[in-house]
Design a protein around this ligand. Structure first.
Ligand code: NAD
Length: 435
C-alpha cells in the first residue's frame, strides 16, 4: 500500500529534506492539487514558493515513563504551515505511521480547509508516532502533557490551536488545555478545541465533521437528481467522522449498504442499521464480530455498488490501482487525502463527482472555530445555533465552489483550491511580506 511505502521512506526525515522527497510523499501529492489551481489563478512564482513551504516544522522527543517504570521516547511533531489569515489551526494525530511528511501535508490541507470555509485561521497539524492501543490511560496522559509542554511557547489562542484527529479524544484535549493553562498561569480554554463540554467545549463539536460530510453529500445528491431516499452509501472508517456521517445520512433516508473499520468491511445490500452499528462499535471498541452484514475485505468494500462512497479512514485509499473499479457516482472525502491525484484524474474522466476533503470534512474545524469564539467570549451557544451556523457556512461556501467549478469547467476539488488559495493570497498581499 502506498501509505506504507511513504511511511517507511519518511521515517526520521529532517525538515530540509521535505523538498527532496516531494514526488513520493503525501505532501508531494497534496502539492500536485495546489499546483493545478495555482496555474489557473496565474499565481506568481514567488507566491507559489511561499505557499509550498511550511512556515514552521517542529520535531521533538517525548520521553515518558511506562507504568512498569521503564523509560521510553516517542517522536512528536507540530507543523504550522501558514499564518496569513490567523493563528495556525489543526488536529493532533496519534498513530504508528505518523511522519513529518504526513503532518506537513495535513497542515498544508488545513491552510486551505480553513480558507475554503472562510475561517480566520491558518493551517497547522501535529502528531506523535505511537500506537495508543498499547498505552495505558496514565501513559497516554503523560505523553500528552509532555507534548503540550514542549510546545507551550508556540501554542496559544492567538498562535496555534490544536484539536483532535485520528486517535486523539476530548480527554486528550482536556490534558493539553490543563497543561498549557498551568504553564502560562492563566485559565486558557481557547488553546485547544474539541474539549469536553465541562471545560469549554462546544455543543455539536463531536458530530460536526460527520454532520458536514452528510450536509454536502445530501446537497450534491439533490444537484445530481439522485433521490436521497434509498440512495446506497458505503462508508470506509467507522470512527468519529464515518460513524456520524453514516448515522446522519441514514436519518435523511439513505441506505447504508457498507461499513468498515480497521477490523474489515461489512456489506448488506438491504441496509445496515447505523445506530446499532455505532452501539456495537462503542461496546466492543471496533466492529469486529459485527453481524449486521456479510464480511468483505477493506479493499472490496471500496468497490461495492453504491451511489455514494465516503472514505473516512486514512489517506491514499483511492488510487490508480482501484479507481477504475469504484462504482460510486459520488465520492465524499470524509478523511484527509483519501484520493491520490492519479485516481482523481480517473474519477474525473469517468464522470464520478468528488467532493474534496478540504470542504467535505471542514465541519469539524468550523465548529472548532465556534468553540474558540465561545471560549474567548465566555458565552456559550445552543446546539441548534451551532448546527444552523455550521450548515450556513458549509452550504454557502459549497455553492461558491460549485459556481467556480461551472464557470471555469473544473472539478470541485480544483474549484475549492481556487477559492481557498485566492483568499490566502489576498490576505498575504494585503499584509505584505515582512522582511
Ligand atoms: P477515528 O480515529 O475516530 O476513526 C478512524 C476510523 O478508521 C476507525 O474506525 C478505524 O478503525 C478506521 N480505520 C483505520 N484504518 C483503516 C483501514 N485501513 N480501513 C478501514 N478503516 C480503517 O478518526 P476520525 O476522527 O474519524 O478521522 C478519520 C479521518 O477523518 C482522518 O483522515 C482525519 O484526519 C479526518 N478528519 C477528522 C476530523 C475530526 O473532526 N475527527 C476532521 C477532519 C478530518
Amino acid at each position: 500500500m502506498a501509505r506504507k511505502t511513504v511511511s517507511s521512506l519518511k521515517r526520521g526525515i529532517l525538515p530540509t529534506m521535505v523538498t527532496a522527497v516531494r514526488e513520493v510523499s503525501v505532501f508531494g501529492d497534496a502539492i500536485a492539487y495546489f499546483n493545478e489551481a495555482a496555474k489557473l489563478l496565474d499565481l506568481e512564482p514567488g507566491m507559489r514558493r511561499i505557499l509550498t513551504k511550511p512556515s514552521r516544522q517542529i520535531i521533538f522527543a517525548i520521553p515518558f515513563q511506562r507504568d512498569n517504570g521503564e523509560l521510553e521516547v516517542f517522536t512528536g511533531y507540530r507543523v504550522q504551515y501558514n499564518f496569513a489569515r490567523g493563528p495556525a489551526k489543526g488536529g493532533i494525530r496519534y498513530h504508528p505511521g505518523v511522519t513529518l511528511d504526513e503532518v506537513t501535508a495535513l497542515a498544508f490541507w488545513m491552510t486551505w480547509k480553513c480558507a475554503v470555509v472562510d475561517l480566520p485561521f491558518g493551517g497547522g497539524k501535529g502528531g506523535v508516532t505511537c500506537d495508543p492501543s498499547t498505552l495505558s490511560p496514565g501513559e497516554l496522559e503523560r505523553i500528552t502533557r509532555r507534548y503540550a509542554a514542549e510546545l507551550v511557547e508556540v501554542m496559544g489562542p492567538d498562535k496555534d490551536i490544536p484539536a483532535p484527529d485520528v486517535n486523539t479524544t476530548p480527554q486528550i484535549m482536556a490534558w493539553i488545555m490543563d497543561t498549557y493553562s498551568m504553564h502560562v498561569r492563566q485559565h486558557t480554554p481557547g488553546v485547544v478545541t474539541g474539549k469536553p463540554l465541562a471545560i469549554g467545549g462546544s455543543l455539536g463539536r463531536v458530530e460536526a465533521t460527520g454532520r458536514g460530510v452528510s450536509l454536502v453529500a445530501l446537497e450534491q445528491l439533490q444537484r445530481m437528481q439522485i433521490p436521497i431516499t434509498g440512495a446506497r452509501v458505503v462508508v470506509q472508517g467507522f470512527g468519529n467522522v464515518g460513524s456520524i456521517a453514516a448515522r446522519m445520512m441514514a436519518e435523511a433516508g439513505c441506505t447504508i449498504v457498507g461499513l468498515s473499520d480497521v477490523s474489515g468491511g461489512y456489506y448488506n445490500p438491504r441496509g445496515i442499521d447505523a445506530t446499532s452499528a455505532i452501539a456495537y462499535a462503542q461496546e466492543h471498541h471496533s466492529l469486529e464480530g459485527y453481524r449486521g452484514g456479510e464480511r468483505v475485505t477493506n479493499d472490496a468494500l471500496l468497490e461495492l455498488p453504491c451511489e455514494v462512497l465516503v472514505p473516512a479512514a486514512l489517506e491514499n485509499q483511492l488510487t490508480a490501482e482501484n479507481a477504475a473499479r469504484i462504482q460510486a457516482r459520488l465520492i465524499v472525502e470524509g478523511a484527509n487525502g483519501p484520493t491520490t491525484p492519479d485516481a482523481d484524474h480517473i474519477f474525473d474522466q469517468r464522470g464520478i463527482i468528488v467532493i474534496p476533503d478540504i470542504l467535505a470534512n471542514a465541519g469539524g474545524v468550523t465548529v472548532s472555530y465556534f468553540e474558540w469564539a465561545q471560549d474567548r467570549a465566555g458565552y456559550f451557544w445552543k446546539e441548534s445555533e451551532v448546527n444552523e451556523r455550521l450548515a450556513d457556512i458549509m452550504l454557502t461556501n459549497f455553492s461558491k465552489i460549485r459556481d467556480i467549478s461551472m464557470q471555469r469547467r473544473i472539478s470541485l476539488r480544483t474549484a475549492a483550491y481556487v477559492l481557498a488559495i485566492d483568499r490566502v493570497v489576498q490576505a498575504m498581499h494585503t499584509r505584505g511580506v515582512y522582511a
